[in-house]
Ligand binder design. Structure first.
Ligand code: GYE
Length: 360
């Protein structure tokens, strides 16, 4: 891949109003020689870490897609959930003169400086999964990931419809929100969905604490809130691994997990719909699981292929996602979307057959 051609092309696209601004990236990279003679494309991927089943599935998808057999050299870096490690990784990618940088950012803020360095080096940056919040959108070429606010809205609309169907009023929903990593898009969107529903439906939100998207922290938070409140009947976990930890803590405390909140059960809700997460729905431990699709490898590759071919790419690309529940008490919900407006989503009842047909 020739960066010279790419930067000229990007500037051309900018001139056509496709992208905003044309900085020094074009000029500087025009002097550079890059790409290997055999056509191999080098991709530097800065991954958040290995905190969850979702993340493992995401890493697998990226590694399978950007394989040598597919014509890539992948430089993979696991940042262990630390932004400073991601910044170091990106600087290393720039030094190694990779063709593309792919970044799965741990949090939204703090990227301006290093992404400007990538831009100055003429290396296109593709953001995957969580978003970046930068002052200048031309610091990245494209983003692909989930509508996390829609996920939160879907889950909360389902809870409202479910409680109504069971004759439980809003003020009798005593909720603990085990949040994701604070400042990560997945946390921001899912928490916002909850905050809005609390206001709209008069729910009793007892606690909001981060479980950092891990099973260990999810369990720890649940153990601690159980000591403070004896009326918890809904636990809104912002990912599957937190839910696994919360379920262990609830069970150890002698609580029965399940959807029958009118008769003393504690309902666990979750996000991701990983294989283990859906098995917990089948076992009636998780009542609703809202999908977050981790299979971004092929989506990022499609963006790279388009850029290689000189085609224009969408700046933001949202992935379609489903909802999975223990039963069909609620058949569909109307949820709010990040881009504005509302959309209808059907709820799939989890069976062995549903799980066996899933791609992850
Ligand atoms: O939900 C969680 C992971 O950013 C969508 O990160 C991702 C989230 C996912 O740790 O399990």
């Amino acid at each position: 891949m020739k960066k010279k051609i790419l930067s000229l092309m990007l500037c051309g696209m900018m001139a056509m109003g496709v992208m905003a601004g044309c900085g020094s990236a074009g000029k500087k990279s025009a002097d550079k020689k890059s790409g290997s003679k055999d056509g191999t494309i080098t991709v530097g991927f800065s991954q958040v870490g290995a905190e969850s089943d979702w993340r493992t599935a995401n890493t697998k998808s990226m590694k399978e897609t950007f394989s040598e057999a597919n014509g890539y050299k992948l430089i993979f870096d696991d940042a262990q959930q630390k932004q400073e490690n991601q910044i170091t990784a990106i600087r290393n990618f720039i030094q190694q003169d990779v063709d593309y940088i792919v970044l799965a950012p741990v949090t939204e803020t703090g990227w301006d400086t290093v992404l400007k360095e990538a831009k100055d080096a003429g290396i296109p940056v593709i953001i995957v999964d969580r978003m970046v919040d930068v002052s200048d959108d031309s610091l990245y070429t494209a983003w692909v990931g989930s509508d996390f606010y829609a996920e939160g809205s879907k889950a909360c609309e389902w809870l409202n419809a479910y409680a109504t169907a069971k004759g439980v009023s809003g003020k009798d929903l005593h909720i603990v929100d085990i949040q994701g990593t604070i400042g990560a898009s997945a946390q921001i969107g899912r928490t916002k969905g909850m905050d809005e529903a609390v206001k709209a439906y008069g729910w009793d939100l007892l606690e909001q604490q981060t479980g950092e998207f891990t099973q260990a922290k999810g369990q720890e938070v649940m153990e601690s809130v159980l000591k403070q409140h004896d009326n918890i009947n809904v636990v809104y976990c912002e990912n599957d691994n937190e839910a696994f930890g919360a379920i262990d803590a609830l069970t150890a405390a002698g609580k029965k997990v399940g959807g029958d909140i009118a008769n003393g059960e504690v309902m666990v809700m979750s996000f991701d719909s990983t294989n283990a997460g859906l098995k917990d729905v089948l076992d009636k431990k998780i009542t609703l699981n809202t999908e977050c699709n981790p299979l971004h490898g092929p989506r990022v590759e499609e963006i790279i292929k388009k850029l290689e071919a000189g085609d224009k790419v969408d700046k933001l690309q949202y992935v379609d996602e489903a909802m999975f529940a223990v039963d069909d008490t609620v058949k569909s919900v109307k949820a709010k979307m990040s881009a504005g407006g509302e959309k209808d989503f059907d709820i799939t009842v989890v069976t062995d057959d549903v799980i066996s047909k899933r791609a992850y």
